[in-house]
Design a protein around this ligand. Structure first.
Ligand code: AMP
Length: 194
């Protein structure tokens, strides 16, 4: 079973990704984690991407494409996977369609964890106030920029999957457990899980 998870910054995408990975034994493909690792280990790639990430902008597509191709070569395709943070724009979604066709796999579910814009903004402000900032790109200014980039570049990708009839919009305003349970109900209804 292969999944893509979408959610604006503050929507709880990371939390739900972890839930799904454990619940359905999926391999996580998180471009954000891959990029953060390369920044932390000071690789050439890390140096190239650092400033994009620090300002909340998207890293250029060609860099993302080589990361994804490399990662897909490395993983066991028999196990299902979850794309977390990819695709982030229409060009990436088209590239993912090509990759999926070329390696003969299917996308089974696309979930959009939908949270009202006002709530996202207030979650962002609260996070900043509580100073629970563990990521360099989690300051309120950068989060607001990431939200803008999400609305401009990533939201249009949802239509791409709505047209393929695989988009599920999940109300992200409930508790963490409610959101998890809504997602797993949809999966269990449509997909026979061993
Ligand atoms: P995330 O952990 O998914 O929120 O990603 C953190 C940051 O990494 C983003 O704000 C972007 O700067 C960069 N990033 C992650 N995934 C992508 C992607 N698919 N395309 C472009 N930039 C990305």
């Amino acid at each position: 079973m292969n999944i893509i998870l979408f959610g604006a910054p503050g929507a709880g995408k990371g939390t739900q990704a972890n839930f799904l990975i454990n619940e359905f034994d999926l391999t996580q493909i998180s471009t954000g984690d891959m990029l953060r690792n390369s920044v932390e280990s000071r690789t050439e790639l890390g140096k190239q991407v650092e400033s994009f990430m620090a300002s909340g902008d998207l890293v250029p597509d060609n860099i993302i494409f080589s990361l994804i191709t490399e990662r897909l070569n490395d993983i066991d395709m028999k196990k299902g996977f979850i794309f977390d943070g990819f695709p982030r724009n229409l060009k990436q979604a088209q590239k993912l369609d090509e990759i999926i066709n070329s390696i003969n796999i299917n996308l089974d579910f696309v979930f959009h964890i939908d949270v009202d814009e006002k709530i996202l903004t207030s979650r962002i402000e609260n996070r900043a106030k509580q100073e629970k900032i563990t990521r360099k790109d989690d300051t309120s200014e950068v989060l607001i920029e990431r939200l803008k980039v999400y609305n401009r570049d990533t939201k249009p990708v949802l239509d791409h999957y709505a047209n393929q009839n695989i988009l599920n919009v999940i109300d992200g305003m409930g508790t963490i457990d409610e959101v998890s349970s809504n997602i797993s109900t949809i999966i269990k209804k449509d997909f026979k899980v061993d």
